[in-house]
Ligand binder design. Structure first.
Ligand SMILES: NC(=O)c1ccc[n+]([C@@H]2O[C@H](COP(=O)([O-])OP(=O)(O)OC[C@H]3O[C@@H](n4cnc5c(N)ncnc54)[C@H](OP(=O)(O)O)[C@@H]3O)[C@@H](O)[C@H]2O)c1
Length: 227
């Protein structure tokens, strides 16, 4: 079965935003070799330099380039806004065939203080990416982990992470990556059709954050992985 190996390089598309840059830093902090991708190579380089200089005592393996460079890595993570995810995947589709592609984008709209879940035509952003690049093994994951907490690589993030996919290899690789990060526990949430619920739930989580002035994370009771 296809599993994550330490020598696998990871590319992140749209990784100049809070979510992508936080995940890049966090994965690098646990020894992964990551490439920050952007529509602009220079923006990616700038973000790489910012991360490396923010953590001078850590030996972070971070490269930077255009999204096409990040897409050439063995595992690819999409961290763009929801309405750019499928188009971005499509723009680098030549590199994605046969690879695990993890999509963390949530379809949301903020109206005033309210977060509204949106339903993309195929039900979820991840399903749109899968439809755009059918030869990729798309998994949905990392939707609920707050970027601010993820970015602080010296502090664990205490959260469960739901992963779903129509490809067991993608589920396993995405879960392996999540489980590399101290404090996170990956849970197999079934087929990609469930990405709709996972993505939409992010609106609830963000609403809780507004209401209770916090950054809530998701934890499920009653699941003992030793079973
Ligand atoms: N922020 C969080 O706490 C968090 C947590 C979990 C999941 N997420 C999800 O992760 C995704 C990214 O979140 P974010 O806050 O980092 O988003 P963001 O800052 O709005 O966007 C991330 C990056 O995507 C690229 N991008 C923006 N518009 C684009 C377009 N039209 N086409 C192609 N690329 C575009 C930009 O990079 P370049 O201009 O450099 O190309 C941008 O820096 C969202 O879908 C969000 O729901 C966020």
């Amino acid at each position: 079965m296809y599993r994550y190996r330490r020598d696998m390089e990871i590319g992140l598309l749209g990784a100049t935003g809070p979510a992508g840059r936080a995940l890049a830093a966090r994965l690098a902090s646990v020894g992964c070799d990551v490439t920050i991708g952007s529509r602009s190579k220079y923006r990616a380089l700038e973000v790489r330099d910012e991360i490396v200089s923010a953590w001078p005592t850590h030996d972070l393996m971070i490269k930077a380039g255009e999204n096409s460079a990040a897409a050439q890595r063995e595992i690819v993570i999409i961290a763009t806004p929801w309405d750019a995810a499928a188009g971005t995947a499509s723009s680098v589709a030549d590199h994605l065939g046969g690879k695990v592609v993890i999509c963390m984008s949530n379809a949301l709209q903020k109206v005033g203080d309210e977060f509204l879940p949106l339903v993309p035509p195929r039900g979820s952003v991840s399903a749109s990416v899968q439809a755009e690049v059918p030869s990729a093994f798309v998994a949905a994951g990392m939707h609920h982990v707050p970027a601010n907490e993820l970015a602080n690589i010296e502090q664990d993030v205490d959260s469960d992470v739901l992963v779903c996919s129509d490809h067991s290899s993608a589920t396993l690789v995405a879960m392996d990556l999540v489980n590399l990060i101290p404090g996170l526990r990956a849970l197999d949430a079934g087929h990609l059709s469930n990405a709709m619920a996972i993505e939409a739930f992010t609106a609830v989580l963000l609403q809780l954050n507004v209401r209770y002035k916090t950054r809530a994370a998701v934890k499920f009771t009653g699941i003992d992985l030793a079973d």
